[in-house]
Design a binder for this molecule. Structure first.
Ligand SMILES: Cc1ncc(COP(=O)(O)O)c(C=O)c1O
Length: 352
């Protein structure tokens, strides 16, 4: 298998950081996802943090608005850059950030927007990008769950990806990347991810030229990513096929509300709103079917984000959704018959 050949060659080279495997991955990733440049970084979280640092959004007085319904890491990364996260409510039909609500929350302190393309589906990025441009705000797209859904760099200068193992493109550990179409931005991002040291023409002489962090994507992870990337499109198509089976088998159940999905979704997760959600999960667990909740608590209610000043009741759609959502098993290697069995089990639970 390709990854093994890549690992053996890496061991023979003995060169583990910022080497040829990363160069190869950055070139192929940019090409595969319709961007001019890809910059490998250590995680999806540092992809957001490094982007915000480059955008100059690094101070507590600078507010960054993102979705209340996302992985805590979106908020954590904004805080890690030094800015203050604040949250917008979601569209209850899609659970994507509500573009109108996001726009209405912009105020003087707002410096950037971090829309999230959740569960593999693009959010209303056209509208959000227009607002960002009109109001001169930095735009960092969190596409950590949506590899390949759209050529996202057409909407803005920074697109963050995660290669956490369960993602549509995952490595065997932590990894991430930033996509951009701007050569100058790409050059600066490379410098920031490497402790601010010289790159792209500057001498590599252990001088930190700008305030960077250590957020490099190592060669070993690139051995896997280079082997897996050619399968991304096929895996995305398989995720879509499995999601359609769930749709067909679960539609018509009163107790289950399917989310509105667009054709460009790459179906990272299959999430529904379910009555008696926790009892359903216990029932499935009893049958050996694991489920998840993405995410159980909206970010404005996490203690770490209290500085947003937002309280219970402020974002009603996100708060209600968090009590109803459940993620059913979905990954590209999952057999179609297993998906049918899960859907049957859900039907049986509500027939009881
Ligand atoms: C929407 C979203 N944003 C950010 C992240 C952070 O990515 P990572 O875990 O690679 O830091 C993740 C993944 O956990 C995610 O799903």
């Amino acid at each position: 298998m390709d990854w093994q050949a890549n690992v053996i060659a890496l061991m023979a080279r003995g060169f583990f950081i910022l080497g040829p495997e990363l160069d190869r991955f950055e070139t192929s990733l940019a090409l595969a996802l319709g961007a001019r440049y890809a910059i490998g970084v250590s995680t999806g979280s540092t992809a957001i943090e490094v982007s915000l640092r480059d955008a100059g959004v690094v101070e507590p007085k600078q507010e960054v608005i993102t979705s209340a319904m996302t992985a805590p890491f979106t908020g954590v990364s904004i805080a890690a850059a030094g800015a203050t996260p604040r949250f917008a409510d979601i569209d209850p039909e899609t659970l994507q950030v509500d573009a109108d609500d996001l726009g209405n929350r912009i105020r003087k302190r707002t410096a950037a927007l971090v829309p999230v393309h959740l569960y593999g589906q693009p959010c209303e990025i056209g509208q959000i990008a227009r607002v960002a441009k009109q109001q001169k705000l930095k735009l960092i797209q969190d596409a950590c769950q949506s590899h390949g859904a759209l050529p996202f760099t057409e909407y803005g200068d920074y697109v963050a990806l995660s290669f956490y193992p369960t993602k549509n493109l995952g490595c065997l550990g932590d990894g991430g990347a930033i996509l951009t179409n701007k050569p100058g931005t790409a050059k600066r991002l490379r410098q920031i991810r490497d402790g601010g040291r010289g790159s792209g023409g500057l001498p590599r002489n252990q001088i930190a030229y700008v305030k960077g962090i250590n957020a490099r994507l190592d060669e070993l992870q690139c051995c896997y990513l280079n082997a897996f990337l050619p399968h991304l499109h096929r895996w995305n198509e398989q995720r879509k096929r499995l999601a359609r089976i769930y749709d067909e088998m679960l539609s018509g159940l009163d107790a289950i509300r399917l989310l509105r999905r667009t054709a460009d979704s790459v179906c990272h997760l299959y999430v529904v709103r379910a009555k008696k959600r926790d009892r359903l999960r216990d029932y499935l667990q009893g049958l050996g079917i694991g489920t998840g909740i993405h995410y159980p608590v909206p970010l404005h209610l996490h203690p770490a984000f209290a500085s947003s000043g937002q309280k219970k009741g402020d974002l009603p759609h996100a708060e209600k959704a968090a009590t109803e959502i459940v993620s059913l098993p979905l990954w590209p290697q999952l057999e179609e018959d297993r998906v049918r069995e899960v859907a049957e089990a859900v039907r049986r639970f509500y027939a009881k």
